[in-house]
Design a protein around this ligand. Structure first.
Ligand SMILES: Nc1ncnc2c1ncn2[C@@H]1O[C@H](COP(=O)(O)OP(=O)(O)OP(=O)(O)O)[C@@H](O)[C@H]1O
Length: 249
């Protein structure tokens, strides 16, 4: 579904991505993990050409993105959704309008637009928040709106850049549940960049470890939910004290 072949990205003389080749299969949930500055976000942004590589080829769903004109690239990007750590919602638009924008940009038929927005918001459990503004939502709710917006155009790929890094562990678990549902219900191929090991182990079938702009290793994983089991005060106290050495104040 996604193929990168010998991709290099330079900033001045520094190679942020150094000759990376990888292949992500249709229907995978694929993780990219590594230290800060390893090149994770840059690699993800190359997959929809938000960053243009200096060398190499990017192929998504059989289309060589690196060969497309900007008009055809705009068209191809409809099948590649993206979500971000800080949600990137438009502050002065309602939840409904935030989702509608992506359909309007894709010239979705006006008469079907309302139903499609509501359908997407139902999928993420926010159909009762249609008239709210982003400032009135929790972080988890904002990320759900962002997922609804990314899904509106029926993408085949969803790129997730640190999607849970601003969220608490319980909300992280809820967002991972939504992403898993996106993958299972619609067969969307998901790529998740995260520095959180538990996130990668919770949901990914395969993960690449990056270091210094290159692939250090790629591992197959049996995903096992590590997060989101509980958000009771008892659970928080147990987690704080489980390794011992902590007294109740
Ligand atoms: N627009 C840019 N101009 C110059 N250097 C950049 C730019 N974007 C990224 N870099 C550099 O490229 C390297 C890789 O950055 P990238 O954001 O991809 O890393 P990362 O692994 O996602 O890190 P983090 O986890 O901290 O977000 C870093 O050294 C970064 O400083």
């Amino acid at each position: 579904m996604i193929k990168l072949h010998n991709v290099t990205k330079k900033y001045a003389h520094f190679r942020a991505i150094n000759s990376v080749t990888l292949e992500i299969e249709e229907g995978e949930i694929y993780g990219i993990i590594g230290a800060s500055g390893a090149g994770k976000s840059t690699l993800l942004r190359i997959m929809n050409l938000l960053e243009n590589p200096d060398e190499g080829e990017v192929v998504v769903n059989g289309q060589v993105l690196t060969n497309l004109t900007s008009k055809h690239l705009r068209e191809a990007r409809k099948s590649i959704g993206m979500i971000f750590q800080h949600f990137n919602l438009v502050a002065n638009k309602t939840v409904f309008e935030n989702v509608a924008v992506s359909l309007e940009l894709a010239r979705f038929p006006k008469e079907d637009l309302r139903n499609r927005v509501v359908e997407c918001l139902q999928f993420v459990g926010l159909e009762n928040f249609i008239s709210k503004y982003p400032a009135q939502l929790s972080g988890g709710q904002k990320q759900r709106v962002a997922i609804a917006r990314a899904l509106a155009n029926n993408p085949q790929v969803l790129l997730c850049d640190e999607p849970t890094s601003s969220l608490d562990p319980h909300t992280t678990g809820e967002i991972l549940d939504v992403l898993e549902k996106v993958n299972q219900r619609f067969g969307v191929t998901i790529v998740i960049v995260s520095h959180e090991m538990d996130v990668i182990k919770s949901i990914c079938n395969r993960a690449t470890v990056m270091a210094d702009g290159a692939i250090y290793d790629t591992i197959s994983i049996e995903p096992k939910r590590m997060l989101g089991t509980d958000d009771s005060p008892k659970y928080f106290v147990e987690q704080l004290t489980k390794d011992g050495g902590v007294d109740h104040a």
